[in-house]
Write a protein that binds this ligand. Structure first.
Ligand code: PG9
Length: 630
């Protein structure tokens, strides 16, 4: 009967979910291993080893390795796919095609790794008294890999971008003999001069605070910074100083924030961890391809700076190569067909990996024939073509193939190659009001982490939103009758005064498109920012010792801007814009001197009258790395 059946029923049905499920991955084109690799101090680092099935004990393969603070497990699961090419980051497309073993490792203190986390842990030395750093961790990992991965051919390359570019560069210090090549993309090299944290002393609060919070609050980044406005301009303005905003989120608990909020000038703490300076003192042993982006919104300084430091150690151009693509931060590792309104000649990034990077890797990791790798390969925007060079930059004040030329700021908002005439007097003036700082892009400004924030495109934004403000000076040439080509680093040579005792100066070089562009109407009059940067006045005389500015005195400033390789086409104009804030990416200068701007009190923020001088004696100009047209 029914009742008897119910009495006999077992209390529960056996679970259909097994105690442990073992996925069947026989159809995968790779095998994934997960190991904890011991370092010399006993700390074990979580490492994923992805071996393509084509690599066996008999047909061995090289290893390409990335060490990351961004979760190695996530890095090796881009898509949930049986194909190695879909699982690893796009950067590895050609590595996978070439049959490489791909390795990802969590740096110490992050995600699956043991140990203490120190953001961009400096090399052993004055700033790191322990016996471990990214160089030793890379060494110990390579030592383990070549002994414990039977499919390895005994050769290892390191690769990665930004922070992972930093760990890639660090792997080349006292390198393991099996490390044969390194490809750092957009490596973080100097966090004060012009990479992630400061640019010439101005604090990149709009990117830094959120980043540090996510990186250091927990091992796995489980706490996310929150915004209390859609447009982060409002959050930052309401907060006052960067320090005041940081306090509202409890950032004082985080070691890196404590460090950078105290080390605001270019003191020994920064100088001793500047990677270009460190590597310049090391023997150059590992062939390196440094890959940078001309429009890198995070680490625009690092790649050319590292090349400049290393090139003299390699007089024949055999070991160190520089590639600069028309890319934002990360684009060289992905796809490079366009950036914002700019369109390039095909997929520049995929082409680079296929034709330049992979043959270079295969030569060093697989004994493939030596490719004809250019020493320097730079994309020329405007003309939309790649150029190979033996030396870079092509044009500068001294010691380059060609000599840079000053482009003068003249009366009436003009720009020209002729210096101000005798008898010409004057300056141009604006009021810089910290209560209404110049937005660094068209508002509303979304956090860099927001989907569709456009953060990666801001360096090529149309600058018309700034040009029409009364606190932005605008100078421009007539429409050009001939092309003007630049290849190198523009340097702003300003004579500037302020009624305050401290001031920021932002200089932007812009390619203004013709008023009408019949084939692309939306580009009519587009003000394309090519090269721009900020300089914090208090560091004018000494980067390591901030000093008040003498009010109302025209003082000389020399501001090196990011490198360009660009042709202004006939019909375009060259424009220069000058302003005193770039908010909220950069914190506001109070314009009255305070010991530490991070913690400036509201009363310190004052309006100032700013003047840019353009007399024969105090001529302001942009030293342009002009080269003859090819
Ligand atoms: N630009 C990021 C970063 C590098 C180094 C330190 C902190 C941040 C990155 O993209 O990894």
């Amino acid at each position: 009967s029914l009742q008897a059946g119910a009495a006999q029923a077992v209390k529960s049905l056996p679970s259909e979910t097994p105690e442990k499920f073992t996925p069947s991955v026989d159809s995968y084109d790779f095998v994934k291993r997960e190991v904890m690799i011991p370092m010399r101090d006993g700390v074990k680092l979580k490492t994923f080893i992805l071996v393509p099935r084509s690599a066996t004990r008999d047909a061995k393969a090289p290893i390409i390795m990335t060490r990351t603070p961004y979760n190695a497990a996530g890095r090796v699961s881009r898509f949930n796919s049986p194909r190695l090419a879909a699982v690893v980051p796009q950067m590895h497309d050609t590595n996978v095609e070439a049959g490489y073993i791909v390795v990802y490792q969590d740096v110490r203190g992050k995600f699956g790794s043991e140990g203490d986390y120190v953001l961009t842990r400096p090399l052993r030395g004055p700033l790191n008294p322990t016996k471990v750093d990214h160089a030793t961790d890379a060494y110990d990992t390579i030592e383990w890999l070549v002994k414990n991965v039977p499919e390895s051919n005994g050769r290892v390359g390191t690769i990665g971008g930004s922070y992972e570019g930093y760990t890639t560069v660090m792997s080349t210090v006292n390198p393991h003999p099996a490390l044969k090549v390194a490809v750092p993309f957009a490596p973080m090299i100097d966090g004060w001069m012009g990479d992630d944290w400061f640019h010439n002393g101005a604090f990149r609060q709009g990117a830094a605070l959120e980043f540090i919070y996510g990186q250091q609050s927990t091992r796995s980044g489980s706490f996310k910074w929150w915004w209390d406005s859609y447009d982060i301009y409002d959050t930052f303005l309401r907060a006052g100083s960067a320090g005041a905003l940081a306090k509202t989120r409890g950032l004082e608990q985080l070691g890196f924030w404590r460090a950078i909020s105290e080390h605001t000038s270019y003191d020994s703490w920064w100088q001793e961890q500047a990677v270009d300076k460190l590597l310049a003192r090391q023997p150059l042993k590992v062939p390196m391809m440094i890959v940078g982006g001309l429009f890198d919104q995070e680490d625009i300084y690092g790649s050319p700076a590292l090349y400049k430091a290393l090139a003299p150690k390699d007089p024949n151009g055999e070991l160190v190569h520089l590639v600069m693509g028309p890319w934002n931060h990360g684009q060289g590792r992905r796809e490079g067909r366009s950036l914002g309104a700019l369109e390039f000649n095909g997929d520049t990034a995929g082409w680079f990996r296929n034709k330049i990077m992979q043959p270079f890797l295969d030569h060093h990791l697989k004994d493939a024939p030596k490719p004809n790798t250019p020493r320097v390969l730079v994309y020329e925007t405007g003309a939309n073509e790649w150029h190979e060079y033996d030396h870079w930059p092509r044009s500068c004040a001294n010691g380059c193939a060609q000599k840079s030329r000053p482009l003068y700021l003249l009366s009436g908002g003009r720009l020209g190659f002729e210096a101000p005439q005798a008898g010409e007097s004057g300056y141009d003036e604006y009021i810089s009001d910290p209560a209404k700082p110049v937005p660094y892009r068209q508002r509303p400004i979304l956090p860099m982490s927001a989907a569709n924030s456009g953060w990666g495109e801001w360096l090529v934004d149309d600058q018309r939103h700034a040009a029409s403000r009364t606190d932005v000076l605008v100078y421009q040439t007539e429409p050009l009758t001939e092309a003007v080509r630049l290849a190198g680093q523009p340097i702003a040579q300003l004579f500037a005064s302020t009624s305050g005792t401290d001031s920021d100066w932002v200089v932007k070089i812009i390619d203004v498109w013709p008023d009408e562009v019949p084939d692309r109407p939306s580009m009519g009059g587009y003000q394309l920012m090519l090269s721009a940067d900020i300089f914090r006045g208090r560091y004018r005389a000494d980067l390591s010792k901030p000093q008040p500015l003498t009010s109302n005195e025209a003082l000389p400033y020399s501001i090196a801007l990011p490198q360009v390789n660009h042709t202004f086409l006939p019909g375009h104009r060259i424009m220069v814009q000058i302003q005193s804030s770039w908010f909220p990416l950069y914190d506001r200068n109070p314009q009255s001197f305070v010991p530490n701007i991070m913690f400036a009190e509201p009363a310190s923020y004052v309006k100032a009258t700013q003047r840019i001088w353009r007399t024969p004696e105090q001529a302001s100009s942009i030293e342009l790395p002009v080269v003859a047209a090819q």
